[in-house]
Each structure stands twice: as C-alpha cells, then as structure tokens.
Design a protein around this ligand. Sequence first.
Ligand code: SF4
Length: 272
Amino acid sequence: MALSVVDLYTRVLPRTNCKECGFPTCIAFAGMVVSEKHPLKNCPHIPADVLESAEEELEQQYKEGKWLKKDMAKEALEWARQKASSMTLKDIASRIGGNLETRDGKERIRLPCFNKELIITPDDVRDSAGGQLSRNEQTFVYIHMAQGGSQEPSGRMKSLKEFPNTVSKILSMKTHVEDPLKKEFSSKAGKLALACEAFGGKDRKTAYDSPDLAYEFAAFPKVPVVLLFWDESQGFEAEVKLLFDETVILHLDIELIMFLSEHLAGMLMELS
Ligand code: SF4
C-alpha cells in the first residue's frame, strides 16, 4: 500500500516537530520524503521496524512514480477531498470564509491569508499575483479546507496551553516561536510593530492592558491570531505570547496551529 504525505505524517512520524531532520515541521519533512525521495531515515525518531516497513512501501511507490514532486499538492487535495467528501468550492467558501467568484467560466475562491490573498481552484492554490505557494503552505491550505469548521470566531482568545492535548507542544511553541521572537525583537519593539504591520497585523493595543504591543493577524478569515509583546524592562526579559480564538480547534488541528505559529514567527523575523 502506498504512503501519502498524510499517511507518513499520521502513521509513521512522531509529529513532534523537533527539527532534527533539518525541516521545521514533520509535515514538511513528510512532503520532501514523499515528493522528492528525501531519505526517511533522516528522522532519527522512527522505530527500526516501522522505518523498515515504511521504506519498503516508499521504494515501491517511487518505482511507480506515485506522488513524486509535481503531484504532492494534488495528493493533499485528494486526501482533503476524501475527508470532506461533500466538498465543493461553494461549500468551502462559505465554510472557511472565502469569496466565491467566477473567472473565465470557472469557479474559484479568493481567500485572505495573512498579508496575501490566495486563489483556490479545484486544481491549484496560488497567491493573487499567480505565484506558487510552497508545498508546506499548499498543504496547510488544503488541510484547512478539509477540516475547517464553519464557526465564526467568538473573540475569546486563549494561549496554546488552555486548549486540550497541547502539553507536548508547549515546549515547541516556546523553543520555535516565542524564544526566537524574543531574541530578535528584545529592545526593538518599533521594529516588531513595523514587521507586524507589513505582515497584515492590525494594532489591538487598546484591547490589552499590559503588553507593549498587541497585533491581530487573520491567518484565514475565521482564524485570528494575536501576538502580544512585552519588551525587556528593568532587568526583566522580553516576553512573547500568541493567542488563538477558542474556536481555532474547529478549524485547525494542533499540528497546523504550530505550523501557522512558526510561519508567523518566521515571516516577522524575515520582514524585520
Ligand atoms: S526529525 Fe523531523 S520528522 Fe522526525 S520528529 Fe523531528 S521534525 Fe519530525
């Protein structure tokens, strides 16, 4: 039986996003293994028997050319379609909050995502300038399409640890999101504010008393994320916290929440 990116991610990899394989997330690594024959053994945390059997399956599908490079995004969409069998562009648009439109006789969705607008067609997802998304971004969007709930955000924002089953991710959030942001922007609140605005953040300082900065981002129309920043002061280190609407787990699983957090941190550092 062939192993898709999602099979590899859910059945073989530990899903800890430890980065020891050189990729920022397990799903990014899975994408490279399935689509570009990246060695599975580069993840050192797979039990030997599981590794052996997965490598046999991969060898077979590589021979058949299945899911190699060009078809990876399509495969994620196929999985997404299986999971949401009634999915049509019209359903998706109303569920996740995109705008359905017709161009040249074909339906497509315009979906805001941070500072971009994405164009989703049955075969592809690109930014509005026609640029391709990375495979990670494509997988993120397609999985959101499949599992996204329809509920509107409630406005009640929570930190990751307030959601169920997140204990194993708290350290990842600190190590891969909060600490790098603290290091990058300590004593540079102005620089962080500029990066937030460049990445589509809206100033929400009036809604929060204690932090020096508060910016809200729309990862997707129904997935707001708030970044709070306390700059270093009088011997206290800078602090960073991300907050998610309490409905986020209806739209994204914990892995995708981590993916979006790391993506946000990475983009802010890049923009600075
Ligand atoms: S080494 Fe890579 S694939 Fe393995 S658990 Fe860590 S991040 Fe995931």
